[in-house]
Design a protein around this ligand. Structure first.
Ligand code: COA
Length: 632
């Protein structure tokens, strides 16, 4: 999904590059150690002419003719002046790194960003509703989810997961190794990341949070096998008995704040030896398990909407936001009424590996495949209490207040379109993903009468250490399609259908470019970073109206498909924007839409309504056009 930091970084100073050196070191270690992945191709360097062509095409779709004339001039000047040197520097970098993008991307998109992790950077993920209500079921499901996740960890860390593929093309699997035991550590200016796989041994514990208290809980025995469900559950019962009263100073809430603020408190905490040990135990935990207290949907919203709020931010400090440690890559969120999910810190991995793990856990429930035999003997949980000074206590209050504001401001709607799924576009010989992206353009245009620069994640995992590219919309074909759909009098049905097919094919063609590392966005980012790192002036291109506008993603989207009814959600990248995560299934389409209420002119519910209208109207075009053609 889209990260505001990646766009807002205008300068990457050398000092910052070196402060992120742990990441670079980590990548280098991995290069040397993981032989299975060395067969994957290195990330190629895109061709400059193609990138500039894409830039002009995307600018043309959103600029006035006068603005576009100006953009063309600046692009031509850039091509004749700065470009050759910058491209040469990039080619040099590509020789030195097996993936020229990923170390940069980790820094600029994640570690250097100072913005809070919830709700834009860290997505929420929702499980299908489980069948329980009350503490007993909560503990049972928490123990089972834990055991299933530990099994997944053992598969991932031993390299025994089946490889992800696109057709016959294998994907880079390294992200699976980074999910467990991993923590983003706050530091001034740029965070660092500690990967679980770097501990060099099987990790054996998790941290459990309840009412803001933190506990260390063992989940693997000394033979490195998952504990039985009963043994995990017994420990959770100990947690419950020691956490009935709400923690008055829940230190985890500071991890929801601006990263510099958290870094300051973190440094103070670490000065105390016992706190330092607690932090290390949290950081080396496989994941966090949050046993939440009951929460009710806001008036006018559904249980599923509330589940998305709980998984994104915990609903505010009076609800469950104080029962989180946002730096952990994985935090399972166990509601008290069957609604469970997770909050995931995005730095080490994209959504699909997380979604695979969620599907795996759901499979275990479907198959009732839990082990409940054997006992590891007596197990005692360990309370991790912190010694807090007044500075940290004050920061807890400030961070709680900030979280409360965001939790009430973020409007999240989980919406399922049930009339059709991928099946309809497929029968019309159109890519379902492109079809859905066109529906976003149409829905937005009908609300705002303009075309939104739109971000969609494409995976680069067919390359070693691959992360993402941006499949941008709209292009001219999408603009033409939306105009046909909204014209008065209505355009002839065959014209509209052809416009739909043309626009979808253009989107799909660009998708393929992006997945083959021939997209535009990361290449432009590379030139900009290289200019900065080499003390060259930032090219004028980056100050153009076109560039500025193209980088303001009014709609940021991400497709995260799963086999079970699992949804992901994330906040919009800026106050006037929409965040849309979607999961297209064969016969229905799941969306999670977010906006900020304080902006005023955007609305998640309105977008959901217009999206439904767009999808219905597009079906009508497909059906009528196909019927007419069949009569010919
Ligand atoms: N006619 C008929 N069927 C078609 C078609 C056409 N013209 N084009 C595509 N299809 C079919 C495909 O074969 C596929 O079939 P399947 O359901 O049997 O697998 C299906 O439609 C879906 O294809 P499509 O909708 O084109 O998209 P995709 O599944 O290839 O996904 C991306 C496209 C860009 C989302 C995907 O490649 C990607 O990069 N995903 C990663 C995103 C990510 O990282 N998200 C998380 C960010 S945190």
């Amino acid at each position: 999904m889209l990260l505001s930091a990646a766009r807002s970084v205008s300068v990457m100073r050398k000092s910052v590059v070196s402060s992120g050196s742990q990441v670079l070191l980590r990548t280098a270690q991995r290069d040397a150690s993981d032989k299975s992945q060395t067969t994957l191709p290195r990330l190629p360097v895109p061709q400059p002419a193609k990138t500039l062509k894409h830039f002009l095409e995307f600018a043309n779709a959103i600029e006035s003719p006068k603005e576009f004339e100006e953009t063309k001039k600046v692009v031509a000047e850039f091509a004749g002046n700065e470009l050759p040197k910058l491209q040469q520097l990039l080619e040099q970098r590509a020789k030195e790194h097996q993936n020229w993008l990923t170390p940069w991307w980790l820094n600029v998109a994640y570690l250097m960003a100072r913005t809070p992790l919830p709700v834009v950077t860290s997505p929420g993920v929702m499980f299908p509703k489980f069948d329980f209500d009350g503490l007993d079921g909560q503990l049972e499901h928490a123990a089972k989810i834990t055991q299933a996740a530990v099994n997944f960890y053992l598969l991932a860390s031993s390299g025994n997961l089946p490889p992800d593929m696109a057709g016959n093309v294998p994907f880079d699997m390294s992200q699976y190794n980074y999910l467990f035991g991993t923590t983003r550590i706050p530091r001034k200016s740029a965070d660092i990341i500690k990967y679980g796989c770097d501990y060099g041994h099987t990790l054996q514990h998790i941290v459990v949070m309840r009412h803001g208290h933190v506990f260390r809980v063992k989940v693997l025995d000394d033979q490195k096998q998952p504990l039985s469900v009963s043994d995990i559950r017994k420990q959770l019962e100990q947690v419950v008995s020691q956490s009935e009263k709400e923690q008055s100073d829940p230190v985890g809430i500071i991890s929801s704040d601006n990263r510099d603020k958290w870094a300051t408190s973190y440094e103070i905490l670490k000065e105390n030896d016992s706190n330092k040990k607690n932090l290390e135990k949290i950081e080396s935990a496989l994941f966090a398990l949050c046993l939440d207290k009951p929460s009710e949907p806001l008036p006018g919203y559904t249980e599923r909407d509330e589940q998305s709020r709980q998984s994104l931010h915990g609903g505010g400090s009076k609800s469950n936001s104080t029962n989180r440690w946002f730096d952990k890559t994985i935090q399972f969120v166990i509601g008290s009424n069957g609604y469970c999910g997770m909050t995931y810190e995005h730095t080490p991995a994209e959504g699909p590996p997380v979604a695979t793990m969620m599907d795996f856990i759901c499979d275990k429930f479907d198959q009732a495949a839990f082990t409940d035999s054997g006992s590891a003997g007596s197990l005692d949980v360990e309370r991790l209490d912190f010694n807090l000074d007044e500075n940290v206590k004050t920061q807890i209050k400030k961070s709680s207040k900030k979280m409360d504001y965001v939790a009430q401001d973020l409007d999240v709607v989980a919406y399922t379109f049930k009339v059709y799924g991928k099946n309809l576009p497929k029968t019309a010989k159109v890519s379902p993903d492109s079809f859905i992206q066109l529906a976003f353009q149409l829905a937005f245009y009908r609300i705002h009468s303009s075309f939104p620069p739109t971000y969609e994640t494409a995976t680069l995992r067919k390359f070693v250490d691959g992360r993402t590219e941006n499949i941008r919309s709209p292009n001219l074909a999408a603009v033409s399609f939306v105009k046909k759909m909204t014209s008065t009098p209505p355009a002839p049905i065959q014209d509209t259908f052809e416009a739909l097919q043309h626009a979808a094919n253009a989107h799909k063609k660009y998708t393929v470019d992006c997945m083959n590392a021939a997209g535009m966005d990361r290449h432009l980012l590379a030139w900009k970073l290289l200019a900065s790192e080499n003390n060259l002036p930032t090219p004028l291109l980056y100050g153009t109206h076109a560039y500025q506008q193209l980088m303001h993603f009014q709609v940021s989207t991400s497709q995260v498909p799963t086999r079970h009814f699992i949804q992901m959600c994330f906040g919009p990248s800026a106050p006037d924007c929409y965040g849309v995560c979607y999961n297209p299934q064969e016969k229905e389409l799941h969306f999670c839409i977010s906006t900020f209420k304080s902006y005023g002119s955007t609305s998640s519910k309105k977008f959901a309504k217009e999206l439904e209208r767009a999808l219905m109207d597009m079906r009508s075009v497909v059906n009528k056009a196909t019927k007419e053609r069949s009569k010919l």
